[in-house]
Design a protein around this ligand. Structure first.
Ligand code: BG6
Length: 295
């Protein structure tokens, strides 16, 4: 294993790979293949947000970073008792490899495979790989293969939580004209007229959108501003989420006053755009994040 990566025991005694490469520092838990930190060289703070109230335990999701949602997104339609956002973020993945890339980045590859436990809640055979490259760009590639003998349908999301100076002051560009499903207004379908601003609880699935999204986060007292660019391939949907006041209070693993410091812009394939894979078929989805000084 190159020196830029090492396995550590991190929060809650959970195993993680710590990255200390020339181009970035970072942390990815084997629990959920969960990226918890990414600080590209030169950045003054983490690009990813983590709640101070997060659980750190096997079987519980981490609040913040990049949860991997799979094989369903949100509550399971036919089984409300099933874990929200699927089981991938609750299971320990296996570490396949780590490598140092030429441009000073480090890549970590983790694997989740179907087993008796996953088949009990979702009767399909699969392999799911996460290739996470920590460099000037954070590149997360999620690869799903249907290893079974029947077709499968799966939803997936890279549920990235970004650390922002103030969610109430930022502008989200790249989704003007897109249709979205408004989860805080009875799943009504609407059209985004211009940029997005966060002025209340926001929970939207932007459908059939492949464009780059830019979070323009101006400086706030105590935090420098920056632009966060989120590019993607193999993803048909983008979710934008901020819980605002009441929902933040209602979540045990989310501090009451933490919501202004975060924003989720998620790279996904959900609802009508769920993946449909025939036996042997493979699908790959990539999110590419970079930061730029605000003008
Ligand atoms: C978002 C969903 O992606 O995740 C929201 O659109 C949900 O509806 C949020 O509340 C957080 O989900 P969870 O299961 O991590 O609390």
């Amino acid at each position: 294993m190159p020196e830029a990566t090492r396995i550590i025991t991190a929060n809650g005694g959970l195993r993680a790979v710590q990255i200390d490469a020339p181009a970035a520092r970072g942390l990815i838990y084997l629990h959920g293949a969960h990226v918890a930190s990414w600080i590209p060289a030169g950045a003054d703070r983490d690009v990813l947000w983590l709640s101070e109230k997060s659980h750190w335990a096997a079987g519980k999701p981490i609040r913040g970073g990049v949860p991997v949602c799979f094989p369903w997104f949100g509550p399971r339609k036919d089984d409300p008792a099933a874990p929200a956002h699927g089981f991938a973020r609750l299971k320990e993945w296996s570490l396949e490899s780590t490598e140092l890339l030429p441009e000073g980045a480090a890549r970590v590859t983790l694997l989740l495979q179907s087993d008796d436990d996953t088949r009990r809640s979702w009767p399909h055979d699969f392999t799911l790989r996460m290739h996470a490259s920590f460099g000037k760009v954070l590149e997360l590639r999620l690869e799903l293969t249907n290893t079974g003998s029947t077709p499968l349908t799966a939803e997936e999301a890279l549920h990235t939580y970004f650390a922002v100076a103030d969610a109430r002051a930022l502008t989200i560009r790249g989704l003007a004209g897109a249709r979205y499903i408004d989860k805080v207004d009875g799943l009504k379908e609407k059209t985004q007229d211009d940029v997005i601003r966060i002025t209340a609880e926001t929970d939207r699935v932007y459908t059939n959108t492949t464009s780059e999204v830019i979070i323009e986060d101006p400086p706030a007292p105590g935090a420098t501003g920056r632009h966060i660019h989120i590019g993607k391939t193999g993803s048909a949907d983008t979710v934008v989420w901020n819980p605002w006041i009441a929902k933040a209070k209602a979540m045990a693993d989310f501090g009451d006053d933490e919501w202004p410091g975060m924003l989720c812009v998620e790279t996904c394939n959900v609802m009508a755009n769920a993946l449909r894979l025939t036996p042997g078929q493979f699908a790959s989805m990539t999110a590419r994040v970079s930061i730029h000084p605000s003008a």
